[in-house]
Design a protein around this ligand. Structure first.
Ligand code: SF4
Length: 393
């Protein structure tokens, strides 16, 4: 039985392209974006509509995109390039301006190349390489100010502090609800699977944010009421999904995990829960927003140079402990070097803590489905055997 709020969210997403066109016809400006650091609060406070762009899982778009951008970019970037080339995605079509940050240089390249070929109005936000350094915080505040000034020119008005405070509160409430939604996956008879939770997160990329918040709140209260219970969840194989982006439409690995009765209890992805964590905007100001974005869990593409311990590893470890996961599935997309080359270090550190990690290195084509199935199956057998040993002890 499907939760009725989930059905409403699906209906709202289906209708969103047409409501977006209606809003544009009423003079609203749509700001599409790619990355991890684009401050939606500022876009929203200026009365524009932020929409997070990009899709995964479509090999045809990857091939189309590779006609414009080097095939040594990751599949997500090539597919996104394909979306610009094809121009049939309703959100790409609706975007009056597209903003890119350069946390991942491939995203920056996507911005440069799409601007060159498809003449979209484009904005860039510079992100420092070492988020922990004081000089980085200073640089990022300046970048954020500059980015805001560019948005103000497009909006034709200056940002108002009260509007900004209202947008910050709206986004913070959405983040808190998102955290609760992920938390609900830990309830033994939770009515949701991770795939549905991520579908709800992705719905937030597109929907009007006030409408999205009220749907999220409705979904949470329906979960709290306990009116719908889970079906077919395996308590013995609980995994965390980490690594490269899993964008809307990229369902191959998740479907395989669920088909084999694995339960994804949490993710550690920049397209999943991570953007909702560790955000604390202290004042309604652009510099406060910059500081808060800088202090989040670092994106996989940024080095953690000045810390003995990589914050991402610490975060993943504490997530494993909190969720009581049996293992980690680390998903890497071909040519996503920043995620791929962290695998060995991460695997060794998790191994020292007794937590198995399986790396799945893949693209969007279906040609490796059976190979992945075999590897996931073998990994699940290891996790089950480990569980049984723990029970005997
Ligand atoms: S998947 Fe990796 S390479 Fe691709 S955009 Fe994300 S961080 Fe960059």
């Amino acid at each position: 039985m499907t939760l009725s709020a989930l059905k409403q969210i699906r209906d709202a997403v289906e209708q969103r392209p047409s409501t977006l066109v209606a809003e544009k016809n009423n003079g609203k400006i749509v700001v599409g974006w790619f990355g991890y650091f684009i401050p939606e609060e500022i876009v929203h406070a200026l009365g524009m509509i932020p929409v997070r762009l990009g899709r995964g899982g479509d090999e045809r778009l990857v091939e189309l995109g590779a006609r414009y951008i080097s095939s040594q970019n990751c599949a997500f970037i090539r597919a996104s390039m394909g979306m610009f080339a094809e121009n049939s995605d309703p959100y790409i079509r609706a975007a009056d301006v597209v903003a890119f940050d350069n946390a991942c240089m491939q995203i920056y390249r996507l911005g440069e190349v799409s601007k060159y070929y498809f003449k979209k109005k484009t904005l860039f936000l510079g992100v420092p390489r070492n988020p922990q350094a004081e000089s980085s915080q200073k640089y990022f505040r300046q970048e954020m100010e500059h980015f805001t000034q560019n948005l103000e020119k497009i909006a034709g008005k200056k940002i108002d502090t009260l509007d900004l405070a209202e947008s910050i509160l709206l986004y913070q409430t959405i983040r808190n609800c998102t955290k609760k939604l992920f938390q609900s996956l830990l309830i033994p008879d939770s009515p949701l699977h991770w795939k549905e939770v991520i579908e709800v997160v992705h719905a937030g990329y597109y929907l009007d944010k006030k409408n999205y918040l009220s749907l999220l709140q409705e979904l949470l209260s329906e979960i709290d009421s306990g009116s719908v219970k889970s079906e077919n969840k395996s308590p013995d194989v609980r995994v965390i999904l980490s690594g490269s982006a899993i964008a809307p439409g990229d369902e191959k690995l998740v479907d395989l995990i669920e088909q084999m009765n694995g339960t994804i209890v949490r993710d550690d992805l920049w397209t999943g829960l991570n953007p909702s964590l560790n955000m604390n905007i202290e004042h309604p100001s652009v510099s406060s927003i910059a500081d808060a974005y800088m202090n989040r869990i670092p994106h996989y593409t940024l080095p953690c140079i000045e810390k003995d311990n990589d914050i991402r590893f610490e975060h993943l470890m504490s997530t494993v402990l909190e969720t009581k996961a049996n293992g980690v599935i680390y998903h890497t997309i071909r040519y996503c070097d920043s995620a791929t080359f962290k695998t060995t270090g991460l695997k060794n550190r998790l191994k020292n803590a007794g937590i198995p990690l399986l790396e799945i290195h893949t693209e969007y084509s279906g040609s490796d489905v059976e190979a992945i199935r075999t590897r996931v199956e073998a990994f699940f057998e290891i996790l089950k055997a480990q569980n049984q040993t723990e029970v005997k002890v």
